[in-house]
Design a protein around this ligand. Structure first.
Ligand code: 5GP
Ligand code: ZN
Length: 140
């Protein structure tokens, strides 16, 4: 993808603060961090979002995430982290090249969690039905 910012970064065409890379995945600091140590883990191959990314790349990303998250926590003395994959515009995705945010967290750091709402009665059955539809089209 010639106009994709993350493709350019993983190909070293534009600079980044790289913390790790291997053949399939890069990890670099977010240019506008939400917390110290905010790191993006990015499969190098271009796919628009998590849902269309091949499983093998998601598995490799998760292997890297475990190690980078530990390193980011150690480096910043964080007490935890959030792992976030904003997926599609309604969820706040702005860069359409699959990526995961590792956001180190500190007690009382003031970052807000999502609000809690009531469970709607029909949700469980509707999701189960949608799962069954997917699985009958394409089993695991
Ligand atoms: P999204 O909302 O798509 O999940 O988040 C994209 C993230 O990429 C944002 O947090 C933004 O700060 C980061 N970002 C956008 N452009 C660049 C860039 O050129 N370099 C780096 N390092 N991060 C970027
Ligand atoms: Zn890309």
């Amino acid at each position: 993808m010639s106009d994709c910012i993350f493709c350019k970064i993983v190909k070293n065409e534009i600079p980044c603060d790289l913390v790790f890379e291997n053949e399939k995945v890069s990890a670099f600091l977010d240019v506008r961090p939400s917390a110290p140590g905010h790191t993006l883990v990015v499969p190098k191959e271009h796919h628009e979002d998590l849902l269309v990314t091949p499983d093998i790349l998601l598995l490799e990303s998760m292997r890297v995430i475990k190690k980078v998250a530990k390193a980011a926590m150690e480096a910043t003395s964080a007490e935890g982290f959030n792992l976030i994959a904003n997926t599609l515009p309604a969820a706040g995705q702005v860069v359409f090249h699959t990526h995961f945010h590792i956001i180190p967290r500190f007690s009382n750091d003031g970052l807000k969690h999502w609000p809690h709402k009531e469970v709607l009665k029909e949700e469980q059955q509707k999701i189960k039905d949608a799962m069954n539809k997917q699985l009958s089209a394409q089993p695991f």
